[in-house]
Design a protein around this ligand. Structure first.
Ligand SMILES: *[C@@H]1O[C@H](CO)[C@@H](O)[C@H](O)[C@H]1NC(C)=O
Ligand SMILES: *[C@@H]1O[C@H](CO)[C@@H](O)[C@H](O)[C@H]1NC(C)=O
Ligand SMILES: *[C@@H]1O[C@H](CO)[C@@H](O)[C@H](O)[C@H]1NC(C)=O
Ligand SMILES: *[C@@H]1O[C@H](CO)[C@@H](O)[C@H](O)[C@H]1NC(C)=O
Length: 487
């Protein structure tokens, strides 16, 4: 049995193929044994020598204010009064942001109540949410969620918390393509469309409160990784297997760029493509390149474009879309230390120290290539949050989920590691503060950081909002209780 699990190495039918595919040396290393993806990234780093782009100043220091590694001027965005918000100076100023997880792409662990309310255990993601219940019932629940999960007050609270960016995950099914926009089927059934107007509302709130926006295409047709957070939890993600899906995704990006490119600071072409699967790895370079061109053609030079490392390590993307081949491009790197026994085995000090080990790789990549952001990370040191690994699936931490049957370790109990912060011990809360600060330190060494996630119903270790309330996230994110953790 290979239950899919979130943001983690996937055991899939491709596994056998990978072993034979010596051309995918790095991939097979990343898929063997218990190596975690962060380890893979470090391995990748060790195998590559940095090449310097002659157009880019020597990478010893971070980009200068006027000569950024991505070679563009800051974007101007007008707020709701039509007045220009101060442009964000990418490359000079640090992105400090939160993700709006679980809003336009449901995740069972972020809003378990929405799934429990269906009374149907087979509803495990947004796809089955539309497929396995009455569509009017589903639409009503979704509409209520779109209207209430995030409101304008949240944008005011983000601003008050010293944040300057929000990253908004969106599924392709929410993008209202018409037959004039694509030659492909415009129905996304069984997904339920309807979130688009709420997205537009959010962009206006962001603008009104001086928050810059990253629209993140989080789910593509067929699923790019098989995780529930792509919309569809499946052992057989189809996105890369059918060229029509990839072409359809480009139409989605073109539509976004053309219709709302002027309201956005950044368009992220696709979240977490599963590059550990050879068919996905095989299409990624072309997809990033074609996506870049599609967005530039439709939206012009101002909007920034974000790509991701696709779990292949940032060092796999050297000299890719660097200036002048690309301009205004950012790399998105995600860091979690909880989706394997190897990582869970680290004690708190080791989690902090491990975070520090990421800095040299990321800074050298960023200074020699493109702006780089740690676009997802959290405070969680365990996978205890209910349904984090998927609805109905337990946790590796307490042994209730054993994706690798030979790993029978139990690391602890889950009761006091997740849920309401009121149940967290003082030492745990002190750790959460320190862990927050060290990961911010990673982001401060590159072009910034975006926490996953702003809100969760009942997993406070993942919630920026609850961290602020409980004090393990500072009211001003530049405050340090533990300065220079990595020095
Ligand atoms: C950027 O700064 C360098 C030196 O710091 C200066 O020589 C150059 O003219 C500046 N370029 C622009 C476009 O301002
Ligand atoms: C729009 O931006 C301008 C310039 O930063 C600012 O003075 C004004 O208050 C903003 N309007 C709103 C509604 O926030
Ligand atoms: C488009 O997709 C929907 C949902 O999958 C399907 O019901 C419909 O038959 C398709 N239409 C065409 C013309 O293929
Ligand atoms: C959680 O509870 C277990 C069992 O009582 C205890 O050993 C552990 O120290 C607690 N952990 C935290 C972080 O409070």
């Amino acid at each position: 049995m290979w239950p899919p699990h979130r943001r983690c190495r996937w055991l899939s039918p491709y596994h056998a193929f990978q072993i034979l595919a010596t051309a995918f040396l790095l991939l097979s290393q990343c898929n063997s044994g218990a190596l975690a993806k962060q380890q893979c990234r470090l391995n990748v780093h060790n195998q590559h020598v940095l090449d310097h782009d002659p157009n880019i100043p020597d990478g010893a220091s971070l980009p200068k204010p006027n000569a950024t590694t991505s070679g563009v001027a800051p974007t101007q965005t007008a707020n709701s009064t039509g007045i220009l918000n101060a442009p964000f100076n990418y490359g000079r100023d640090t992105i400090r942001g939160v993700n709006l997880g679980g809003w336009f792409v449901l995740e069972p662990w972020i809003t378990p109540s929405i799934f429990e309310d269906t009374g149907n255990d087979a509803i495990i993601d947004e796809y089955t949410f539309g497929q396995l219940q009455d569509r009017n019932v589903a639409l009503k629940a979704l509409t209520n969620h779109w209207e209430t999960w995030i409101t304008e007050d949240d944008f005011a609270a983000m601003k008050a918390a010293g944040l300057n960016h929000v990253r908004i995950p969106v599924g392709y099914w929410s993008v209202p393509l018409t037959s004039a926009d694509t030659k492909f089927n415009t129905s996304a059934s069984p997904y339920i469309p309807g979130a688009w107007p709420y997205l537009l509302k959010a962009l206006n709130w962001a603008r009104a409160h001086g928050i810059h926006t990253i629209l993140d295409l989080h789910g593509a047709r067929g699923s790019q990784n098989g995780y529930d957070n792509s919309g569809q939890r499946t052992q057989n993600p189809q996105w890369a297997l059918n060229p029509d899906n990839v072409a359809h995704t480009l139409d989605i990006l073109r539509y976004i760029a053309k219709n709302i490119g002027g309201m956005l600071d950044v368009i992220e072409l696709l979240n977490e493509p599963g590059g550990f699967m050879p068919p996905v790895a095989a299409v990624m370079r072309d997809f990033w390149m074609n996506g870049y061109n599609a967005v530039r053609e439709a939206a012009g030079p101002n909007v920034k474009i974000m790509i991701g490392d696709a779990f292949m390590g940032v060092m796999n993307w050297q000299n890719f879309l660097t200036y002048p081949q690309g301009q205004g491009v950012l790399m998105d790197f995600h860091e979690y230390q909880i989706f394997s026994g190897l990582e869970l085995d680290r004690d708190w000090t080791e989690h902090i120290n491990f975070a520090c080990t990421l800095i040299p790789t990321l800074t050298s990549f960023a200074s020699a290539n493109i702006w780089t952001v740690i676009g997802e990370w959290s405070n969680a040191p365990t996978d205890c949050a209910k349904w984090l690994n998927g609805r109905g699936i337990g946790a590796r931490w307490d042994g209730s989920f054993r994706p690798d049957p030979s790993d029978t370790r139990v690391f602890g109990t889950c009761g006091n590691m997740t849920g309401s912060g009121s149940g967290f011990s003082q030492p745990y809360k002190a750790f959460l503060r320190k862990y927050f600060e060290v990961q911010v330190e990673i982001g401060d060494n590159i072009q910034g950081w975006i926490f996953w996630t702003w809100k969760a119903e009942n997993a406070d270790e993942w919630s920026y909002q609850k961290g602020l309330e409980n004090g393990w996230i500072p009211q001003d994110p530049t405050d340090r209780m533990y300065p220079d953790l990595c020095s």
